[in-house]
Design a protein around this ligand. Structure first.
Ligand SMILES: Nc1ncnc2c1ncn2[C@@H]1O[C@H](COP(=O)(O)OP(=O)(O)O)[C@@H](O)[C@H]1O
Ligand SMILES: [Mg+2]
Length: 269
């Protein structure tokens, strides 16, 4: 098997400056890529681990997030073959998603593209920073619990639950994004796509890939939300790194030395 070398940031930036040419889909071709307000010919790109994400505005139809891969994910095509139908089946949990095996042309080569509905909103950590009241944070807790329950009932897991993969939309509703690491039963036997964000994963997690993947991150997030609801002043002290939501991997590794856990002992719910 040949390993695909994926394009890098500069290649995708150039491609997105000529999105009408680079995008293969005839509808997407007619959209406008969001450009930087200060420099109108430079696309706005959001980058995390495996992808560069662009925002495409469509005059007819809803806006899209275009996710362009910069690293190989083992069995990417097989994963999405089973993940996409699940996003349709559980449409209240996931955003409408379309995986295009040949979606974008970069330097004359064809690459896959993940196209999903665009959510106007903020990532969970940014939203919290802008809505730092007990009532606002409290409004997320039943939604988050319900999300976890629903995934457990379906026997699936998001696989990388963390603040950057949960958006809060304009109506204050939680929306899950970034389905690369998802577990659905049809994928049993595969290795995990990645290890998940370090500040949300159990330190003894090894190569597990099953329906229980969200349990530990679910506890980390659920507990952080409850602690913040009880005491929003925890946020400036423990939450503003941009890399976590109160808890860090160090707290899991050495709970007895954790300043956060010591502080939480004094917080009453
Ligand atoms: N459907 C979407 N709607 C709005 N913003 C999105 C969407 N998908 C991704 N983003 C933005 O792009 C960032 C990175 O996207 P993500 O899919 O999480 O990629 P990565 O695998 O790099 O983490 C997100 O944190 C979010 O800010
Ligand atoms: Mg992500």
């Amino acid at each position: 098997m040949t390993t695909v070398q994926y394009p890098q940031g500069a290649d995708y930036q150039l491609a997105m400056q000529h999105a009408d040419f680079a995008l293969v889909d005839p509808v997407l071709k007619h959209g406008q890529i969001e450009m930087r307000p200060d420099r109108g010919t430079i696309p706005v790109v959001r980058s995390g681990g495996f992808v560069f994400t662009y925002h495409l505005h469509l005059t007819h139809g809803s806006d899209k997030a275009l996710r362009c891969y910069n690293k190989a994910i083992p069995d990417l095509f097989a994963r999405y073959e089973h993940i996409v139908p699940m996003t349709r089946r559980a449409a209240d949990l996931f955003l409408p998603t379309d995986f295009q095996r040949v979606g974008i042309l970069v330097n004359g080569q064809r690459y896959p593209l993940m196209v999903m509905e665009w959510v106007a909103g903020e990532t969970l950590n940014n939203w919290i920073a802008h809505h730092l009241t007990s009532a606002a944070i409290g409004s997320l807790i039943p939604q988050f619990d319900q999300m976890l329950r629903q995934m457990a009932q379906l026997g699936i897991a998001h696989g990388d639950l963390q603040h950057g993969n949960i958006l809060v939309d304009d109506q204050g509703h939680l929306r899950l994004i970034d389905y690369d690491s998802m577990y659905v039963p049809a994928l049993a036997g595969l290795p995990p796509a990645d290890a998940g964000q370090r500040n949300y994963q159990h330190p003894q997690r090894r190569g597990e890939f099953d329906a229980r993947l969200d349990r530990f991150p679910g506890i980390v997030i659920g507990l952080a939300l409850r602690a913040l609801q009880a005491d929003p002043t925890l946020w400036p002290e423990f939450g503003i790194s941009g890399e976590n939501m109160l808890f860090t991997r160090e707290d899991f590794l050495a709970p007895t030395r954790s300043p956060l856990l010591a502080r939480l002992r004094g917080v009453s719910a």
